[in-house]
Ligand binder design. Structure first.
Ligand code: CAA
Length: 258
């Protein structure tokens, strides 16, 4: 995994896209390494993942423009599908994923952040979908996930104009959950990941499933899915532990993912 580093920090996995010279731009090799890193996550001992970019300047500055510049129509279709498959895998991980956006998040970089559950930005982060200015559409899910995240009107404006969004504006439009000085970004993301990791892991997974699948369903089907997942949790040791502790006015034992 030459272009992607993985570190296990207790219950949190940190994935770093490491192609700093090209501002972590995504070519086929980087996508393959990212997929391998995601596939290798030990879901038995990891309760939250953080994805970030190497260096001080970029999260990911997009798909690799040099590589795309000579692609045929068929190669473009394959490349777009490849990126979409990897990002869908990230989005579908059963555990929450936080994007620690430490600089440029343009094109494929913005799209990568959108495939994560939560985006936390450094003050120097810059978001945007510059594709139309390069003669293409967003190709790794941007037309779909940006509209679902910040609303159709604002997404259309940004995509049609190739507008760039600084961190403070990203916070205002709901593209990111929080903004921190660059030197505090990873610590804050670790704190957030730690808060998630402290909760009952099976319950957190069912919450992610309910939200992600439910958003694609009509409300009646979605709330019955929620009821299923709710009742599933009632059959876990972690639920018994937590609720017994509440009734006995004490703290629960650490959750065991069972
Ligand atoms: N692809 C390939 N290489 C890239 C890149 C990208 N998306 N972004 C940056 N790089 C490379 C540059 O070519 C440069 O390499 P060299 O040193 O070999 O010349 C290196 O990274 C540093 O970049 P700059 O010198 O340009 O740095 P800067 O600080 O002056 O500018 C920037 C930074 C504004 C991000 C600028 O690099 C830039 O505009 N990059 C392209 C951003 C972009 O348009 N991204 C969207 C791509 S399209 C897409 O992603 C499609 C999709 O959805 C699938």
């Amino acid at each position: 995994m030459g272009y992607v580093k993985y570190e296990q920090k207790d219950l949190v996995g940190v994935v770093t896209i490491d192609r700093e010279k090209a501002l972590n731009a995504l070519n086929t090799e980087v996508l393959a390494d990212l997929e391998a890193a995601v596939d290798a996550i030990d879901l038995g001992k990891t309760r939250c993942v953080i994805i970030t970019g190497a260096g001080q300047k970029a999260f990911v500055a997009g798909a690799d423009i040099g590589a795309m510049s000579t692609m045929t129509k068929e190669q473009g279709r394959v490349f777009s599908k490849r990126g979409n498959d990897v990002f869908r895998k990230i989005e579908s991980l059963p555990i929450p994923v936080i994007a620690a956006v430490n600089g440029f998040a343009l094109g494929g970089g913005c799209e990568l952040s959108l495939s994560c559950d939560i985006r936390i930005a450094s003050e120097n982060a810059l978001f945007g979908q510059p594709e139309a200015g390069l003669g293409i559409t967003p190709g790794f899910g941007g037309t779909q996930r940006l509209a679902r995240t910040i609303g159709v009107g604002k997404a259309k404006e940004l995509i049609y104009t190739c507008g760039k969004v600084k961190a403070d504006e990203a916070l205002k439009i709901g593209l990111v959950n929080a903004v921190y000085p660059a030197d505090q970004l990873m610590d804050e993301c670790m704190k957030l990941a730690g808060k998630i990791a402290r909760n009952a892991p099976i319950a957190v997974r069912q919450c992610k499933k309910a939200i992600n699948l439910g958003l694609q369903m009509d409300i009646d089907t979605a709330v019955s899915l929620e009821a299923e997942l709710f009742s599933f949790c009632l059959d876990t040791k972690d639920q018994k532990n937590a609720m017994t502790a509440f009734c006995e006015k004490r703290k629960p034992d650490p959750f065991i993912n069972e």
